[in-house]
Design a protein around this ligand. Sequence first.
Ligand code: FAD
Length: 527
Amino acid sequence: MASSTIGASNVSITAAQLAQQPNWIVVDNHVLDIAKFASIHPGGAHVFANFRAGANDATAAFFALHTTDVLRKYIPRLRVGVLEGAQANDAPSSRDFVNPVGLAPSERPGYATSPYYNASHAAFRKVVRKFTQTEIRDEALANDVTGKAPSSEMFEKLGAHGYLALRLGPSPVLAAVYPGPLPGGIKPSEYDYFHELIVAEELATLGTPGYADGIGGGLSIGLPPVAMFGTDALRRKVLPEVLSGKKKICLAISEAGAGSDVANIGCKAELSEDGRHFVVTGAKKWITNGMFADYFTTAVRTSGPGMGGITLLLIERSEGVSTRLIKSMYSSSAGTAYVLFDHVRVPVENVLGKVGQGFKCIMFNFNHERWVMCATIVAYSRVLLDEAMRWAFVRKVFGKALIEQPVIREKLANMTSRIEAAHAWVESVTFQMCQDSKAKHLAGQIALLKAHCSEVMWKCVDDAQQVLGGRGITQSGMGAKVERIAAYAKLGAILGGSEEILRDLGVREMAKETSAVNANNRVSARM
Ligand SMILES: Cc1cc2nc3c(=O)[nH]c(=O)nc-3n(C[C@H](O)[C@H](O)[C@H](O)COP(=O)(O)OP(=O)(O)OC[C@H]3O[C@@H](n4cnc5c(N)ncnc54)[C@H](O)[C@@H]3O)c2cc1C
């Protein structure tokens, strides 16, 4: 008798019974009724013609095109029994593909002991991974495909378990505003940038970039200015609401005429006659989470042109605020919005920092925002490598697995080398941030790092899609993860500072340091 516990049925099925059922096939001794599945598969019943050959044992044909994940997914829905006298395992682990090129140091060859990670990081990764896979994964996969916003229940669950607080990043502010404990029992004062790196990496493994940005992309860039520059009263009100998931926040800087050139924003804020309100009129474009945000951390123009005329204001969704969806390459789960302010009255107490000093507050946040993007982009690149490697073992073409083709191995080699180098740089910068996240030299280095990471990802997308073939550009099936991540690749190259702007910034910062050291040099003096 079979010992399996999964699936709808453990009934023992004889070869004679099997032969009488035109819609039953056998995969790894599981007897599956594919009638229902044929009706939802784009290829219909025709697809299963191959699977029916050879006394209905479809094991070889199935695993030539699928991984064990697919079998696991369908066993509960399709299994009618187990082949008589055979053993069907709950976890078909002998066929599971384990890619040694994983995210955690212990999962990467040669990284068994890393100077960067301690026992707290290893324990934290386990907790975050489990939560991501068991509590977030299902909604992420469903909503990323449909473009639906993350549910309110999800936000509140993330809040209750401390996951929204993690997106604030390590800072004295976190310890002050969030009593903890954070996931894994970590005290806010112990939470460091390697913990935050782990959060970004584990979330990326889901391969749902739009949804991942949906659950806190706005918070991670919109809330720090409130925490750092808001009045005590504002912080006491807004931080608990947002960190508990009851309210949502976003950062509204960019406009149609001011993306890279932030100092050029035109959204106007005029002081009311009684001096108690700013009246805000203007539009913001491409605002992540804007569709469902309750708060907008907004750059407004309070006086003349240039950066000196910019103020940062916290605007609550209220009369005169409206949002419209902007559809971009990745999932609308991110809630990317066009935000209109039509004579919106905002109390002067909602100024973040000082009037006319908004540009400084915006700059304050950039290093952290860009570094999070680097961590995320490299993690997505690893997922691409994982998927490409897996497929290279599964797929047989011209009678050979793809992995046996030197040209395919070269693509995997290029991906691996680029990712390992970028990851090592990310970890080096992370280490420096742990020492002093405000160190002057970091702005230029993080700018160059982000431009490098997004280029790495772009190349990895190209290689992974070539290895996956048609599946890598198909929204369902074995290449769906690669297709979803590919849709994010250009976002990585543009958001938070485009590659051109960041490379320029990186070199300008280097030139500044060089000029300072070589003060008497005539060339550097002209820079
Ligand atoms: C999906 C999505 C989400 C976003 N989320 C947010 C958000 O939450 N909040 C927010 O405020 N903004 C957000 N943005 C806006 C984003 O930050 C801007 O798109 C970005 O800053 C670039 O601005 P731009 O698109 O206007 O490009 P432009 O500034 O018009 O630049 C166009 C091109 O010219 C290049 N370029 C510009 N100046 C120079 C130069 N001096 N030298 C060389 N090349 C140059 C740029 O690199 C770019 O390639 C989002 C954008 C998208 C697409």
